[in-house]
Design a protein around this ligand. Structure first.
Ligand SMILES: [Zn+2]
Length: 129
């Protein structure tokens, strides 16, 4: 991926609710090596293949489910393989209640959504410009 260099690193982020900033913080992102992504994708593919082998023996369900798992497996493989960055760690502080909001390890594209645990507000996290 050509975008990887600018996607990995340390970023200041701002979380907004309908374009109003409500939390600030920073995240650290790193690029995931190709081999790791491939392994992850392969694991997902094999898991779906396993599920496919099981549902084949269930009456009625076997008419559609194996095809579903086949497609899901291929989708998850590419989904994992094309996810080239991950969030190593990140934290935002809510402006309103000052509680810390941890950002999960899940690789994501900006903007992604987090919830303040105290205010129960969903906010969109973006890179601060
Ligand atoms: Zn809050």
């Amino acid at each position: 991926m050509s975008e990887t260099p600018e996607k990995s690193g340390h970023f200041k982020v701002v979380a907004t609710v309908s374009e109003h900033p409500v939390a600030h913080g920073e995240i650290f992102m790193s690029a995931i090596p190709k081999s790791v992504r491939f392994q992850k994708g392969l694991r997902n593919l094999l898991m779906c293949f396993g599920a496919m082998c099981i549902v084949v023996f269930i009456p009625v369900v076997h008419l559609i489910a194996p095809f579903f798992f086949f497609c899901l497996g291929i989708f998850l493989f590419f989904n994992s393989y094309l996810d080239d960055v991950q969030i190593d760690h990140g934290e935002l502080v809510c402006d309103k209640c000052h509680s810390k909001i941890a950002v999960g390890k899940k690789p994501d594209l900006f903007p992604f959504w987090v919830d303040c645990p105290s205010c129960n507000v969903s906010m969109a996290v973006k890179k601060e410009s």
